[in-house]
Design a protein around this ligand. Structure first.
Ligand code: MN
Length: 397
C-alpha cells in the first residue's frame, strides 16, 4: 500500500487549506530560518515552494522572518494566501509541493516575526471585575471609572517575547503583603498565567495619522495565542500608580503560528452590548461585527482547567487599534498587541489562576507546563485551529 501523502488530510482537519497559518522554522540539517505554512501535521517550506513554482512572491517568502511579508500589505497577503491554497490543493502542483512538506516533529519553530512594540490590553469585563474585587476589595465598583470608556492597556516588553516551547524561568523581585513591615526579595510565590489572544500588525502607519476601526483589516496581519506570565506578588506591590512592570516583563509566550485574519472571517461575531455611549472613534454600534468567536482551552500538566470564550471580550481588536493610534502614534510592522486575559462569565471560563482560585492559589510550581490551544469556526462548517502556546516553569536562578 502506498504511504499516504501529507497533502491528503483527514476531512475537517483544523489545519486544512481553510487555515494556512504562517511560522518560521529551522531543521537539524539547516539552521537558516525559513518561512513555513502549516498544512495538517506538516509544514510546507513556503520559500522553496515559491521558488519551485516561480511565484512573484518568492523573495518575500524566502525571508528569515515574516516581517517583509507582513509589511507588504493586505493585497499581497491575499494573493500569497490564494497561491498557497492552490499549491496545496491543485493536482497540477502535487509533484512539486509534496517533497517540500516536512513533519512538524522534524522542525524547530522559531519566533515567527521580529516584535516591534508590545502592548497588552485589559478587555474582558469579567476579568477586570474579578481582579478589581481581589486587588481592591474595599472599592464599591470593581471596574475603574475609565473602563467602559476606553480600552485600558499598558506597554509591555517586546524584547522578552518568546516562542511557544521556550522554558520560563521563575522571576525574582520585591513583594510586600500587608502583613510584611518592609518589602522582601526573592522568587515569586504567586506565579500565574494569562490566557490571551494577540494581534500582529503588518502594514505600518505614519505618525500623526490615527487608524480608524474600519481600517483594522488593512493593518493587522494575523492572530497568535499569547500567555502573559504574571508574578502576582511582584505585580500587587509595584503596580500603583503606573501599572504592570517587572511582574510581567520577564517573559511573554506566543504561539509559533500566526493565523491570517482572513482565515477568521467566519468567526466574526458581535461583541457584548455596550452599556455606555462611546466617543465616535470607538463607537462600533453601526460597524460590521468585529468580535471573534475563538474557543480557548487552558491545560496545566495535561489537565484542562478552563475554556475562556474570546467572544465575551468587551473591547474588540479594531477598537484597540483605533485607541492605540488616536493620539497620532505610528504603527510599525511587527507591533504586537494582546487582548488582555480572556475570561467569560462562568467559573470554568476564567483565564488565569488568580481568578480560578479567587486569589488564594495554588499558583504555578516549578516544573508545571501550561498549554493554551484554541479553535474558531471556519468556512462551511470547518474549524480553524490556532497554534498552541506552551511553556514550562523552571526554578528561579
Ligand atoms: Mn495580560
Amino acid at each position: 500500500m502506498p504511504e499516504q501523502s501529507p497533502l491528503d488530510l483527514a476531512e475537517g482537519h483544523p489545519f486544512g487549506p481553510q487555515n494556512l497559518p504562517y511560522g518560521v522554522f529551522t531543521t537539524a540539517e539547516d539552521s537558516t530560518p525559513r518561512i513555513g505554512v502549516r498544512h495538517g501535521d506538516h509544514v510546507l517550506d513556503a520559500g522553496a515552494a515559491a521558488a519551485a513554482l516561480s511565484s512573484d512572491h518568492a523573495e518575500l517568502l524566502a525571508a528569515p522572518t515574516l516581517n517583509p511579508l507582513m509589511a507588504a500589505g493586505r493585497t499581497v497577503w491575499q494573493a500569497v494566501r490564494a497561491e498557497l491554497r492552490a499549491w496545496l490543493t491543485e493536482p497540477a502542483h502535487r509533484a512539486a509541493v509534496e517533497p517540500l512538506l516536512r513533519p512538524l516533529d522534524d522542525v524547530t519553530m522559531r519566533l515567527p516575526f521580529e516584535v516591534a512594540d508590545y502592548v497588552d490590553f485589559y478587555a474582558s469585563e469579567h476579568h477586570a471585575s474579578n481582579v478589581g474585587r481581589i486587588f481592591r476589595p474595599d472599592s464599591p465598583d470593581p471596574l475603574t471609572p475609565n473602563w467602559k470608556h476606553l480600552p485600558i492597556g499598558y506597554h509591555g516588553r517586546s524584547g522578552t517575547i518568546v516562542v511557544s516551547g521556550t522554558p520560563v524561568v521563575r522571576p525574582s523581585g520585591q513583594r510586600k503583603t500587608p502583613a510584611d513591615p518592609v518589602p522582601v526579595f526573592g522568587p515569586s510565590v504567586r506565579l500565574d498565567i494569562e490566557a490571551e489572544v494577540a494581534f500582529v500588525v503588518g502594514t505600518p502607519s505614519p505618525t500623526g495619522t490615527p487608524v480608524a476601526r474600519g481600517d483594522f483589516r488593512e493593518h493587522v496581519f494575523g492572530v497568535c495565542l499569547l500567555n502573559d506570565w504574571s508574578a502576582r506578588d511582584l505585580q500587587a506591590w509595584e503596580y500603583v500608580p503606573l501599572g504592570p512592570f517587572l511582574g510581567k516583563s520577564f517573559a511573554t509566550s506566543v504561539s509559533a503560528w500566526v493565523t491570517p485574519l482572513d482565515a477568521l472571517e467566519a468567526a466574526r461575531t458581535a461583541p457584548p452590548a455596550r452599556t455606555h455611549e462611546l466617543l465616535p472613534y470607538l463607537d462600533d454600534s453601526a460597524d460590521e461585527p468585529d468580535g471573534l468567536d475563538l474557543r480557548i482551552e487552558v491545560r496545566i500538566n495535561g489537565e484542562a482547567v478552563s475554556n475562556p470564550p474570546f467572544s465575551a471580550m468587551y473591547w474588540t481588536a479594531a477598537q484597540q487599534l483605533a485607541h492605540m493610534t488616536v493620539n497620532g502614534a505610528s504603527l510599525r510592522t511587527g507591533d504586537l498587541y494582546a487582548s488582555g486575559t480572556v475570561s467569560g462569565p462562568e467559573p470554568d471560563q476564567l483565564g488565569c489562576l488568580l481568578e480560578l482560585t479567587q486569589g488564594k492559589g495554588p499558583f504555578l510550581a516549578d516544573g508545571d507546563e501550561v498549554v493554551l490551544t484554541a479553535w474558531a469556526p471556519g468556512p462551511d462548517g470547518t474549524r480553524i485551529g490556532l497554534g498552541e502556546v506552551a511553556g514550562r516553569i523552571t526554578p528561579a536562578v
